[in-house]
Design a protein around this ligand. Structure first.
Ligand code: NAD
Length: 458
């Protein structure tokens, strides 16, 4: 008999094994797709008001178990407890928001001669959601909630390191009364369970969030079947500070713009571009702010930054930068995957640490001369996910917002993600959009139907 493959889930702050879960095989994926297809037929035939009601009950279950889900995320992902509560709340809110869309998902009537023309928005069928480890709960929900609301079934494959909150969400969905098989969670290896989902002919669409490297492989596999695909990939986002900005506010907001989630955030503002005339002043303010970031136990409410997710991620960060380089804070010694908050000065914009996604608590600060130079540097990247613009000049804020090729910009803040506004990347940061008012449309096919009023020819 074949030995069942297992995934050990480690607490990144202590390196202790928190849980061991079975890893799905390609056969498990196949069986899950069969169950999902059956459940989807029943779901699509359920009255919209009833589907909406069940999704709201799912949201209520998440709300009732918010603290439990948050504590689980602290243990498996090393997230700060405050952040983890926000993440569970994001799942609840997105389920509620998507439930509100079920009865509003309508086609159009388009004027034509000789008949009536209507469009139908039909569910795709079974949707595969492949999630990363950096925000396990919200990112799983960004694909799952609108897909379910639009009448699809979902098979979610969480990242190898963070399957626990996803598995708990599947239990809560059943407790809420969602049909068996409609939302299934299959932990497993990307190359095995993830790839089996992508290749499976019964899966109509893949929503993938993860690295640009794997995203490109998945896109190539989907191309063979012209499988629908949404990609949310990497980033190397600029934080542009003009001399006419409130420089103190910009500098004080800089540390957490890239240290949140220990820098394991696709929207992290890891290229800090500062106008040369205020560069020295900016550094004078930002340095003590970085040095004093509280790094440690993620379950402690006072902690500002926790560990990295894994030994592999720590090694990756160390391959770009040595702990103690540049302006830096402190990190605990001993077990756990720790790296200190770091801001590097005097870095060539083409150096790997300035050009590639490090996905750790590391940013570079680069001076620029004028607005055109700032835009040139901001756009000198293969990525285009997010960015921030700090200025008091409203005309400049608008000009630069239009000139920067990225999907999510914020002016005088580092805000990126709200479940009711669209999110996604330009260039190699992704394909398609999630969230926002049109989220359900990404999980439908539009069918055009013409009904003749002429009657059959005599
Ligand atoms: P990853 O690409 O290694 O893995 C992501 C997911 O894909 C995991 O579930 C993994 O098991 C699976 N996978 C791996 N190989 C696969 C294959 N061949 N076929 C199918 N599935 C496969 O990424 P990661 O290291 O888990 O996540 C970090 C990356 O995610 C970063 O690059 C980050 O920028 C990106 N990210 C992007 C967004 C966004 O919205 N744009 C959000 C969060 C994270």
């Amino acid at each position: 008999m074949l030995e069942v493959q297992k995934l050990d889930v480690l607490n990144p702050a202590t390196e202790e094994v928190v849980a061991t879960v079975p890893a799905a095989t390609a056969q498990d994926v196949d069986a899950a797709v069969t169950r999902a297809a059956r459940a989807q037929e029943q779901w699509a035939a359920t009255a919209p008001a009833d589907r909406a009601r069940l999704l709201r009950r799912f949201a209520a279950q998440v709300d009732d178990h918010l603290e439990e889900l948050a504590r689980l995320e602290v243990r498996e992902a090393g997230h700060l407890i405050g952040n983890a509560r926000w993440e569970a709340g994001n799942v609840r809110d997105l389920l509620d928001f998507s439930a509100g869309g079920v009865e509003r998902l309508s086609g159009r009537q388009i004027p034509v001669p000789g008949g009536l023309n209507v469009t139908l928005l039909e569910p795709l069928g079974v949707v595969g959601v492949i999630a990363p480890w950096n925000f396990p709960m919200p990112i799983a929900a960004w694909g799952t909630a609108p897909a379910l609301a639009a009448g699809n079934a979902v098979i979610l494959k969480p990242a190898e390191t963070t399957p626990l909150t996803a598995l708990r969400l599947a239990e809560l969905a059943l407790a809420a009364g969602l049909p068996e098989g409609l939302f299934q969670v299959l932990p497993g290896e990307g190359a095995i369970a993830g790839n089996a989902l992508v290749e499976h002919p019964g899966v109509a669409k893949i929503v993938f969030t993860g690295s640009t490297r794997v995203g490109k492989q998945i896109m190539a596999t989907c191309a063979d079947r012209v499988k629908r695909l949404t990609l949310e990939l990497g980033g190397k986002s600029p934080n542009i500070v003009f001399a006419d900005a409130d420089v103190e506010a910009a500098a004080l907001a800089t540390p957490m713009s890239y240290l949140d989630n220990s820098g394991q955030d696709c929207c992290a503002r890891t290229r800090v571009l500062v106008q040369r005339s205020v560069y020295d002043r900016f550094l004078e303010i930002v340095a003590p702010a970085i040095e004093s970031v509280v790094v440690g136990d993620p379950a402690d409410e006072k902690t500002q930054m926790g560990p990295l997710i894994s030994r592999a991620q720590l090694d990756r960060v160390r391959s770009y930068v040595t702990p103690g380089d540049g302006i830096h804070g402190t990190a605990p010694e001993g077990p756990g995957f720790w790296f200190p908050p770091t801001l590097l000065t005097d870095v060539d914009p083409d150096a790997p640490v300035a050009a590639e996604e490090v996905f750790g608590p590391v940013a570079v600060v680069i001076p620029f001369e004028d607005e055109a130079d700032a835009v040139r540097l901001a756009n000198a990247t293969e990525y285009g996910l997010s960015g921030s613009i700090w200025t008091r000049d409203v005309g400049r804020a608008l000009r630069v917002s239009q000139a920067v090729r990225a999907g999510n910009l914020s002016v005088n803040s580092h805000s990126s993600v709200r479940y009711w506004t669209p999110f996604g990347g330009y260039k190699q940061s992704g394909l398609g959009r999630e969230l926002g008012p049109d989220a359900l449309h990404a999980f439908t096919e539009t069918k055009n139907v013409f009904i003749s009023t002429e009657g059959p020819a005599q």
